[in-house]
Design a protein. Structure first.
Length: 237
């Protein structure tokens, strides 16, 4: 006896049409998201070039905008699980911090010794020297920007499984990252160099939480001395 259950052809066609519409909707949302990200980056670059004294708020808006667009790439639960499931993520984090520290020192050496005679075009963002301003500076530089950079430049831009596209997007991500911090060639190159260890570690581990943690640590290392200095100045006024 034939026990095969045959589906109604009209129901099958409805499911196919529904799936096709869902795919088209996802593709449209993805395209819109990337267009919005491109507009954010271009607008930020133009404003920091045109304005004589660009405000730190521009960096904050850029970072928050990228986080909102790519927030689905981040999960606090997965973040915690990364460091609870074994020792390897801890080792990779330590290695990444060491590499990132070395890249930061190399950037400073290039800017202050090798490229000292050229104009690097580094963007100087201004912020109010008061307690709220210091807190705003700390949150933006230590939390917002590292999170935005890792979600956009690494998790999103380096997601392709095609090797050729992945190589191309690797160079694009490094160049655009440098462009956010400088407009001169030497400045862009110097800031792109800092992102190289993060990019290589992400390509190796495919774990954005490792690179995010390392970047937060180095950002805190770079920024906290400035914060202490400005707080001391405020207390002595």
């Amino acid at each position: 006896m034939d026990t095969t259950v045959y589906a109604n052809s009209s129901r099958v066609k409805k499911r196919v049409r529904h799936s096709a519409r869902a795919v088209r909707k996802v593709n449209k949302l993805s395209v819109a998201k990337w267009i919005a990200a491109a507009v954010l980056v271009v607008t930020f670059t133009v404003l920091t070039e045109v304005l004589k004294k660009p405000d730190l708020t521009l960096f904050f808006i850029l970072g928050v905008g990228l986080i909102v667009l790519f927030h689905k790439e981040f999960s606090i639960r997965q973040y915690s699980k990364t460091y609870l499931k074994g020792w390897q993520p801890w080792v990779w984090t330590v290695v990444t911090v060491a590499l990132l520290y070395g890249a930061e020192q190399l950037k400073n050496y290039l800017l202050w010794n090798v490229f000292v005679t050229s104009k690097p075009g580094i963007i100087s963002l201004y912020w109010k020297e008061n307690y709220p301003g210091v807190a705003f500076y700390a949150i933006t530089m230590i939390i917002i920007l590292p999170l935005a950079e890792n979600l956009f430049f690494r998790k999103a831009m380096l997601a392709s499984s095609n090797k050729l596209i992945l190589v191309l997007m690797t160079f694009v991500s490094l160049a655009v990252r440098g462009l956010l911090y400088a407009h001169g060639f030497t400045g862009i190159l110097s800031y792109a160099i800092v992102a190289v260890p993060l990019t290589l570690v992400f390509l190796k581990t495919k774990n954005v939480y490792i690179t995010l943690t390392a970047q937060i640590i180095i950002s805190a290392y770079v920024v906290i001395p400035d914060i202490v200095y400005y707080v001391a100045r405020l207390m002595l006024r």
